[in-house]
Ligand binder design. Structure first.
Ligand SMILES: Cc1cc2nc3c(=O)[nH]c(=O)nc-3n(C[C@H](O)[C@H](O)[C@H](O)COP(=O)(O)OP(=O)(O)OC[C@H]3O[C@@H](n4cnc5c(N)ncnc54)[C@H](O)[C@@H]3O)c2cc1C
Length: 439
């Protein structure tokens, strides 16, 4: 009998670890991703804030899986899954047949029924998102240098981060450090230290998934580096030149979105009812109730813990589920019974700026420099590729000593796109009217 084909859709944490685990056992694997690289999402904010370059947190899937001759990597977007015919269909109509399927297509950000906010407040999920955030942050400072109107200049120097989870905390901390340290000497017509960085959290405290003492410690660390933390307040409207908080309008050109997650739309094609954020309920062995040959892993899967709460959308959950799904596929191929998935929680951590973090490791609550060292160690450990690890370590060491951020590049035509188009357009009109257009 020909060896079964396992199709893995998604080369993120869950998909890649599933594919690798099956590859080591000699199973024929077809890994399909719409990107040709595996992305280490926990360090995306470092690309968005110019501490790292895209290549340092991404590694080509083909290179990672090069040594496994039994693995095929296909670049393509899966648009349709037919669980009865056991096929997946790519965007150009190509079909791939499977005996077992692992769906691990992750999640994207959601704008809570306000999709119209997306152009004004980009989220952070892909490298393209990170580069767009980087462009907006550094462009705002550049435009402020040329701006003569003090109100507009202050609006350019106001950065609002929506969402006080780990990503929002990391982004706000990094922007404050950029303004207070990295570029503090670089401009002539304003003092970058006067930039306002505001972190909005609708809930009672930032980092709500963490114990209250660590939330408080993170808030103190953020305030220490100049972030205004506003809890119990969310954005009620976002427009190109302001954000509305309650009934107050705050002029700003840079709003960054770090709130809300919606699962990949592919989950809706698997013939089961998904939850309100699009997650697919799975059996304890991570398969679908009516299709034991189909597994779902990572951010897309909905599996409750013994306390009734769903497992969180975290990289370690995705990694462990990818490996567990692969193990259960292997067991089925060999006619063995499957094992239920158990999450081994090694703890979670979030970093605040250059050398502070909070970490919850079982009963241990760490904060400050020691938590940051733990964060650094764990992130390096899981970063795929030896070369990347080395590069990132060198970058971190350099920026730790100097506060420098080597990737402060505004790429693409800066006049096109938000916020430059609007402001430069306004000045262009002024010029036609013969007025001053700036320095
Ligand atoms: C900014 C940010 C910071 C984070 N920080 C942390 C952190 O500090 N610690 C932590 O534990 N977790 C963190 N996370 C969460 C963590 O990254 C996710 O839980 C994890 O990536 C989920 O893995 P996954 O494999 O389910 O999905 P992903 O890693 O998102 O991978 C999904 C893959 O599927 C591919 N794909 C999607 N749709 C299709 C399709 N239709 N066809 C083909 N391919 C498709 C995508 O290209 C992608 O490669 C962070 C996430 C973000 C966005």
């Amino acid at each position: 009998m020909a060896s079964p084909t396992v199709v893995v859709v998604g080369g993120g944490f869950a998909g890649l670890y599933a594919a690798r685990s099956l590859a080591r056992r000699g199973v024929h694997v077809v890994l399909i991703d719409r990107l040709n690289y595996h992305l280490f999402q926990p360090l995306l904010y470092q690309v968005a804030t110019a501490a790292l370059s895209p290549g340092e947190i991404a590694e080509p899937l083909r290179a990672i899986l090069r040594k496994y001759r039994n693995v095929e990597v296909l670049l393509g977007e899966v648009e349709h899954v037919d669980v009865n015919a056991r096929t997946v269909t790519l965007e150009d109509g190509d079909e791939v047949r499977y005996d077992y399927l692992v769906v691990a297509t992750g999640a994207r950000h959601s704008y809570f029924a306000h999709p119209e906010w997306e152009p004004m407040a980009p989220g952070l999920k892909s490298l393209a998102d990170a580069l767009e955030m980087r462009r907006r942050i550094f462009l705002a400072f550049e435009l402020a240098e040329r701006e003569e109107d003090p109100a507009r200049q202050q609006a350019l120097l106001t950065f609002v981060v929506v969402g006080g989870g780990p990503t929002g905390v990391e982004l706000a901390g990094a922007i404050a450090e950029i303004a207070r340290h990295t570029i503090s000497q670089d401009f002539r017509h304003f003092d970058p230290r006067q930039a306002r960085v505001i972190l909005l959290e609708r809930g009672e405290r930032i980092l709500e998934a963490y114990p209250p003492d660590l939330s408080a410690s993170a808030q103190r660390a953020l305030e220490h580096i100049g972030v205004e933390v506003r809890t119990g307040e969310g954005a009620t409207d976002i427009q190109p030149d302001h954000v509305t908080i309650g009934d107050h309008q705050l002029p700003t050109y840079t709003v960054l979105w770090a709130a809300g997650v919606a699962s990949s739309p592919l989950g809706r094609q698997l013939g089961v009812e998904v939850d309100k954020s699009g997650r697919v309920p799975v059996q304890p062995d991570l398969s679908l109730a009516d299709h034991p040959e189909v597994f779902v892993a990572g951010d897309l899967a909905l599996l409750r813990q013994p306390n009734g709460k769903p497992l969180p959308g975290l990289a370690p959950v995705a990694i462990q589920q990818g490996e567990a799904a692969a193990d259960n596929v292997w067991r089925s191929i060999n006619g063995e019974g499957r094992r239920p998935f158990h999450y081994f929680d090694r703890g979670s951590m979030a970093t605040i700026g250059r050398a502070a973090a909070v970490a919850e490791i079982r009963f241990l609550h760490l904060h400050g420099f020691i938590a940051w060292l733990a964060w650094l160690f764990i992130h390096l450990l899981y970063l795929i590729g030896f070369e990347n690890r080395l590069l990132v370590l060198v970058q971190w060491a350099a920026s730790y000593i100097s506060y420098e951020r080597g990737a402060r590049l505004i790429t693409g035509p800066w006049q096109a796109g938000w916020p430059a188009a609007e402001l430069v357009g306004a000045k262009g009109n002024a010029k036609e009217r013969g007025q001053s257009v700036g320095r």
